[in-house]
Design a protein around this ligand. Structure first.
Ligand code: E4P
Length: 216
């Protein structure tokens, strides 16, 4: 399973890159706005650090604008994935940009039918937003299950990227279902390693070792 960080914060990216488990980065307009960053500058900065897919999202809602922005983003670095919203224009842009050889991440996916359309249009990544479905009382993980199962019947190149992740349980459940990729906020990745029994166990081991040294 590939782990992406859902952030544009360079310090957080550096911190978790050092763990050796980060395969890529996803951004969106809200994430970039939170950093107060210039999109081109920040994407280039991230691409210089991370050797893997870096998603940059278009903000145009018109087909021509999406195509123009997408081509511009992709020229910044070979690892840039063009992130397009699941709208009719986004779908058409996906087909066209995929045909031109670009990598597409179809975002704002909330149903299996949207995922199937994205796969047919040539998306490399399909991003179902599970946390936002949970937020409105639906079961986001059920959607991951349905999409992974459905795409398993065919040989589309699309990989399922579990997005809008809120806690470690989301990560484990998505992994059990065979989601190819997951993108998580840095704090969720940080929580994956924590367990109080690990800390307690280590403290006991070290204290016992110390006692042994003192009794020699
Ligand atoms: C995915 O690529 C999106 O950037 C992200 O996962 C959205 O998550 P949110 O619902 O926490 O904003």
């Amino acid at each position: 399973m590939k782990f992406f960080l859902d952030t544009a914060n360079v310090e957080e990216i550096k911190k978790y890159l050092a763990w050796g488990v980060v395969d890529g980065v996803t951004t969106n307009p809200s994430i970039i706005a939170k950093e107060g960053a210039d999109l081109e500058q920040r994407i280039k900065e991230i691409a210089a650090l991370v050797d893997g897919p870096i998603s940059a999202e278009v903000v145009s809602t018109e087909l021509e604008g999406m195509l123009e922005e997408g081509r511009k983003y992709a020229a910044w670095h070979k690892n840039v994935y063009i992130k397009l919203p699941m709208t009719p224009n986004g779908l058409m842009a996906c087909k066209k940009l995929n045909d031109e050889g670009y990598n597409i991440n179809m975002t704002l996916i909330f149903s299996a039918s949207q995922a199937l359309l994205a796969a047919k249009a040539g998306a490399a990544l399909i991003s179902p937003f599970i946390g936002r479905l949970d937020d409105v009382g639906q079961d986001g993980m059920k959607l991951i299950e349905e999409i992974v199962y459905m795409l398993g019947n065919f040989d589309y190149k699309a990989e399922v990227l579990t997005a809008s992740v809120r806690h470690p349980r989301h990560v484990i459940d998505a992994a059990k279902l065979g989601s190819h990729v997951i993108t998580m906020p840095p704090d969720v990745l940080g929580k994956l390693i924590q367990h109080p029994l690990t800390d307690k166990g280590l403290a006991i081991f070290l204290a016992d070792w110390e006692k042994l040294q003192n009794n020699k």
